[in-house]
Design a protein around this ligand. Structure first.
Ligand code: PEP
Ligand code: MG
Length: 580
C-alpha cells in the first residue's frame, strides 16, 4: 500500500481499478503513398476534418447545455484551428507534393504548430500547447479510425490516472464509467480543473508522479476530501473506505431531504449559506441546492476565453442571467480577479517572475481602466434586475479601494448621462485577502458596505505559501493558529463597526471549520454549491454557545496539527456518520 497526497479538486470517495491514459501521442512513421492513393488520402483528411468539427460542436453543445456558454467556449479555439484554411492547405500540400500519408502530413504540420508555441518558452503557454496536441490527437483518431484513448468503451468502473488531461478529455468524463481522477499536474484554476470540479466526482491533482507510480489494473482509492490517492490498499483500509463510500451515498440521500430547510442552529440563529460560482448557470444550481444566493461570482472566467475580453453587452447578459438564476436572492459580483494563476490568453505572453505577488486582481484592473470601467458599466446595468452587490478583490490599501470606487462613480456618471438605468445605492464591498488589509480592517470598515474574507489568498499571503504550488502544499494549512486568530480579530473589528462580514474561501465549505466559524461570529458563508447541503446539516445540529466554546478552545492551540485534530474530533461528535 502506498499513499500519495495532492491538491483536492472535489470531495468524495472513488474506488476502482486504475486506467492509465498514456501521455504519449500517436506514433506516426513516415509513410508515402502511391500516386493513385493521393486523392483517397485527401478524402480521408477531408472527412477527418469534418468529423472532428462535428464532434467538437456536439461537445460544445453538451457543455453549453450542462455548464453554460462560458464552459463551452473552451472549445471555440479548437474549432477555429480546424477551420483555419492555411493550416489545412499546408497538410494538403504535403499529401499532394510529397505523396505523404494523411496521418503523417497532419501530424507533421500540427507538430510544427506546437513547436511555435514551445519556442516562446513561456510556461504560461503550456495550456495552448496541450490544446494543439489535443487537436492533433482528435484528427489522427479520425484519420486512423482508432479509438485507442476513448474512455467511452470502459466496461467497469475505473479511476483515471494521467499526467494531465486536455479540456476535451475532461469534458468526455461525464459520459464514461470513470469514477475518480488523479493527475500528476496541478493548476487549480486551469480549464481542466474547472471542468473536473463541475463534473463533481472525486479528484486529486498535483500529485507529481502518480502516472508513473501506478500500473494499469492497480486497485486505487481516491479520497477527494483529504486529497489522498491510496494505491493497492490493505484489506482493512479498503474496508474502511468502502464504509466511507457507502456513508457518502447515504449522506447524499439524507442531504437531499434537508436542502429546502433553512440553515438555522438549534438555538435559532440563521446562517446564510451562499454559493461561489464561476459560470452564470451555477446560480440556478446553487438555488436548487438550497443556497441563499450567490456570495461570490468569479467574473474573471468570462475573460479567460480565447476570444478575449467580452464586450459590455456580453458581460451584461452574463450578469443578468446570473441574477435571474438566483431568483430574487442576493448576488455578489466580484470584479475580475485576473493575473496570478488566471491569465487571459492575451496576457499569457507577459511572463511575470512572481505572479502571485505580481500585477493581479484589483492592481491589474486599476492599470486597465477602460476594461475595468466596461465591466463596472455592465454590472451596474445588470444591477436593476435584482439584489446585486459589487465587490473588489485583493484590496491591500485604502487608496486602492478609493480609486476603484472613483472608477465606479465615473461609470455611474456615464450611465446617467446616457440615460441608462442602474441601482444607485448598490452596496460596494471588498475582499479581505491580505495581511495589510487585516491590519487596517478598522479603517476599511469606515469605507466599505461589507467585507468578504477570502481565505484562499489570505492563507497564502499570511503563511507565505503559493496556493497553487504542489511542492509546498503541505505548508498551506488553514488550521494554522495565525489564521484562526486573524479571522477572530477581523470578525471582532467588523462586529464592532457594524459592518457585515462573510467568508468565501474554500474553508467555508469544509465541515471541519464550520463550528469554529460559527463560534467566532460568522453568519454568512459562501461555498461551492455542492457543499451547501452538508454544511447546512451541521449548522442545523449546532448551537451558538457550543460553537463559541469550540472556537475558544481552537484558538488556544499553538500548532496547526492540534487545531485540526481538535476540530476533527468535535465535528465527528456532531456528524459521526459523515466522512469529511
Ligand atoms: C479567496 O481567495 O479566498 C477567494 C475566495 O478568491 P479566489 O479563490 O477566487 O482567489
Ligand atoms: Mg482570492
Amino acid at each position: 500500500m502506498e499513499i500519495l497526497r495532492g491538491i483536492a479538486v472535489s470531495p468524495g470517495i472513488a474506488i476502482g481499478e486504475a486506467v492509465i491514459l498514456e501521455a504519449e501521442d500517436y506514433r506516426i512513421p513516415y509513410r508515402a503513398v502511391s500516386a493513385q492513393d493521393v486523392e483517397p488520402e485527401l478524402a480521408r483528411l477531408d472527412s477527418a476534418f469534418s468529423n472532428s468539427i462535428v464532434e467538437l460542436e456536439r461537445q460544445e453543445e453538451w457543455l453549453d447545455h450542462h455548464l453554460g456558454r462560458d464552459a463551452a467556449q473552451v472549445f471555440d479555439w479548437h474549432v477555429g484551428v480546424l477551420k483555419d484554411e492555411r493550416l489545412r492547405s499546408s497538410i494538403e500540400s504535403l499529401i499532394r507534393d510529397k505523396q505523404a500519408a494523411a496521418a503523417y502530413a497532419a501530424s507533421t504540420v500540427m507538430r510544427n504548430y506546437q513547436r511555435r508555441f514551445m519556442q516562446m518558452s513561456d510556461p504560461l503557454l503550456v495550456e495552448r500547447i496541450r490544446d494543439v496536441q489535443d487537436i492533433e490527437r482528435r484528427l489522427l483518431r479520425h484519420i486512423l479510425g482508432e479509438d485507442r484513448e476513448d474512455l467511452a468503451h470502459l466496461t467497469t468502473q475505473a479511476v483515471l490516472i494521467a499526467h494531465d488531461l486536455t479540456p476535451t478529455q475532461t469534458a468526455q468524463l461525464a459520459e464514461t464509467r470513470v469514477v475518480g481522477v488523479a493527475l500528476d499536474s496541478g493548476a487549480a484554476t486551469s480549464h481542466t480543473a474547472i471542468l473536473l470540479r463541475s463534473w463533481g466526482r472525486p479528484g486529486v491533482i498535483g500529485l507529481t508522479d502518480v502516472s508513473t507510480r501506478v500500473s494499469g489494473g492497480d486497485l486505487l482509492i481516491i479520497d477527494g476530501a483529504n486529497q489522498l490517492v491510496i494505491m493497492n490498499p490493505s484489506a482493512a483500509i479498503l474496508e474502511e473506505y468502502r464504509a466511507k463510500e457507502e456513508a457518502y451515498v447515504r449522506l447524499a440521500g439524507e442531504l437531499d431531504e434537508i436542502k429546502s430547510l433553512p440553515a438555522v442552529t438549534r438555538d435559532g440563529e440563521r446562517v446564510q449559506l451562499m454559493c461561489n460560482i464561476e459560470f452564470p448557470p451555477e446560480a440556478r444550481v446553487g438555488a436548487n441546492k438550497g443556497g441563499d444566493g450567490v456570495g461570490l461570482y468569479r467574473t474573471e472566467f468570462l475573460f479567460l476565453q480565447p476570444a478575449g475580453a467580452p464586450s459590455e453587452d456580453e458581460q451584461y447578459e452574463a450578469y443578468r442571467e446570473t441574477i435571474l438564476g438566483a431568483d430574487g436572492r442576493p448576488v455578489t459580483i466580484r470584479t475580475f480577479d485576473l493575473g496570478a494563476d488566471k491569465y487571459t490568453q492575451q496576457r499569457s505572453y507577459e511572463q511575470e517572475r512572481n505572479p502571485m505577488l505580481g500585477l493581479r486582481s484589483i492592481r491589474y484592473s486599476l492599470q486597465n481602466l477602460s476594461m475595468f470601467k466596461t465591466q463596472l458599466r455592465a454590472i451596474l446595468r445588470a444591477s436593476c434586475h435584482g439584489d446585486v452587490r459589487l465587490m473588489f478583490p485583493l484590496i491591500t490599501s485604502l487608496m486602492e479601494f478609493r480609486q476603484a470606487k472613483m472608477t465606479l462613480h465615473d461609470a455611474m456618471e456615464d450611465l446617467e448621462e446616457d440615460g441608462i438605468p442602474f441601482a444607485r445605492d448598490i452596496p460596494v464591498g471588498m475582499m479581505l485577502e491580505t495581511p495589510a488589509a487585516v491590519i487596517q480592517v478598522k479603517e476599511f470598515c469606515r469605507e466599505v458596505s461589507f467585507i468578504s474574507i477570502g481565505t484562499n489568498d489570505l492563507v497564502q499571503y499570511l503563511l507565505a505559501v503559493d496556493r497553487g504550488n504542489e511542492r509546498v502544499s503541505q505548508f498551506y494549512n488553514a488550521s494554522h493558529p495565525a489564521l484562526l486568530r486573524t479571522l477572530r480579530d477581523v470578525l471582532r473589528a467588523c462586529t464592532h463597526a457594524g459592518v457585515e462580514c462573510s467568508l468565501c474561501g474554500e474553508i467555508a465549505g469544509q465541515p471541519l471549520f464550520t463550528l469554529f466559524l460559527l463560534g467566532i461570529g460568522l453568519r454568512s458563508l459562501s461555498m461551492a454549491p455542492g457543499n451547501i447541503p452538508e454544511i447546512k446539516k451541521l449548522i442545523r445540529l449546532a448551537a451558538v454557545p457550543q460553537a463559541q466554546r469550540i472556537a475558544r478552545r481552537a484558538l488556544s492551540f499553538e500548532t496547526e496539527r492540534q487545531v485540526t485534530n481538535y476540530l476533527r474530533d468535535e465535528t465527528r461528535k456532531m456528524l459521526p456518520e459523515d466522512p469529511f
